[in-house]
Design a protein around this ligand. Structure first.
Ligand SMILES: [Zn+2]
Length: 409
């Protein structure tokens, strides 16, 4: 029953910035998450008894647990300040790197859903159609051994450009309570990945252990988050970008879950989504949202989701895409090298150089983030965070195929 103690992250990880003090900020945040990501005794007991507790009582318990947080609890404040400090120390030039996104996009928006119950399953089509109206496709994470899974709908979603992933085993909250339980369920989870012909995974309740997750036959995982104080398993990696985590690409969610906003906190609109979207967009990050067709079950919530999609579409140069496509790009980005050619020019080399651009991430301490800039009357505010800014660098691209440098900027 007891989980094995974790004090380190033996899985090799590579982050957005992969050298010096900024890299250590990412490493330290992940290390802290791996220590924090434990279930309390109360939660262990809760998950043991969960199947016996009627769902109205479960919802009441969840609401009682919604302890008061800072007004801007959805911003990774501590990580942000640490990263600003590390980047400021690097000097006025900031930290040059390959820009996080390809093909001239400024940030990425990735909608994902976890389908918790048979009721949620029935609501998939309704939400999928709304996304199609916006020209957006999402990923649907299916619990393989809890409710009847209609392979016809899975194939239909895939044929329409949606992605499907596996959402744990049977969603009973026990998957990460011991290595023995995880290992016992592993072949069945891998079989579900093969049956659905998919390569993405998210653990139920975002319980997680980076080392155990390595045994899954996956290409990308979404069981981490930048910040979310409302999860049973605390933690948070702080950064709003993907990272390479051993054999897969980790895609942390960065917009709060619908369950947190609408069920735990009784929010009536998606303003927090919009505020966080502005924050992630300004950082050139991954705006990955987790919703559930189970909770997008009334017009108020559906309307909030619709307005989020509409807001995303108002941005210029936003890459609305799927987890699998982000993972492909992130591996390509990982293969690229950025070198200084001269004082005025940088060189990007590698197979996907034609998609990449060079940029430097600078700390601008005298300027502040204004996450509420698109709202006349922001409802949530905290002390403004110092600004981090991407500045484009002049660069050449060299791909191995042609070995010809092409001046682009
Ligand atoms: Zn779930």
């Amino acid at each position: 029953m007891n989980a094995e103690p974790k004090s380190k992250t033996p899985v090799e990880c590579r982050f957005l910035l992969n050298a010096g003090a900024p890299a250590r900020v990412f490493q330290e945040a992940l290390r802290a998450d791996s220590i924090a990501a434990q279930l309390s005794l109360a939660f262990r007991v809760y998950y043991r008894l969960r199947s016996l507790i009627p769902s109205p009582v479960r919802r009441l318990l969840q609401r009682c647990r919604a302890v008061r947080q800072a007004p801007d609890w959805y911003l990774p404040r501590e990580f942000h300040l640490a990263l600003c400090e590390a980047i400021a120390k690097a000097g006025d030039e900031g930290v040059p790197t390959i820009y996080p996104w390809p093909d001239g996009q400024r940030f990425a928006f990735v909608p994902t859903h976890d389908v918790e119950t048979a009721e949620g399953w029935k609501n998939i089509e309704h939400i999928a159609k709304i996304e199609e109206e916006f020209g957006i496709r999402s990923s649907w994470n299916i619990v393989p051994y809890k409710y009847p899974v209609d392979m016809g709908l899975i194939r239909d979603l895939q044929s329409r450009g949606f992605e499907v992933g596996v959402h744990g085993y049977n969603h009973d909250g026990k998957l990460f309570t011991s290595r023995a339980i995880f290992d016992r369920r592993l072949p069945a989870m891998n079989a579900a990945l093969a049956k659905f012909c998919v390569s993405g995974f998210r653990a139920p309740m975002v319980h997680r252990n980076l080392e155990w997750l390595q045994s899954l036959e996956i290409d990308h995982d979404g069981s981490y988050f930048d910040v979310d104080p409302y999860q049973a398993m605390p933690g948070g990696v702080g950064g709003v970008w993907p990272f390479i985590a051993g054999r897969f690409v980790e895609l942390p969610y960065t917009l709060p879950q619908d369950h947190t906003l609408f069920v735990a906190l009784h929010e009536r609109d998606g303003r927090i989504w919009h505020e966080k979207l502005n924050y992630v967009a300004a950082l050139g990050g991954l705006a990955l949202v987790v919703t559930h067709p189970d909770y997008l079950d009334n017009e108020l919530r559906v309307d909030a989701y619709r307005r989020l999609l509409g807001r995303v579409r108002e941005f210029d140069h936003v890459w609305c895409t799927l987890p699998q496509d982000v993972a492909v790009w992130w591996r390509e980005r990982d293969q690229l090298a950025l070198n200084r050619e001269s004082d005025e020019k940088w060189c990007i080399s590698g197979p996907a150089a034609h998609r990449a651009s060079a940029s430097t991430l600078c700390a601008v301490p005298d300027r502040r983030f204004a996450t509420s800039q698109n709202f006349a009357a922001p409802v949530h505010s905290g002390p403004a965070l110092p600004r981090l800014e991407w500045i484009d660098l002049p660069f050449l691209r060299v791909t191995p195929k042609t070995s010809v440098a092409k001046t682009l900027v």
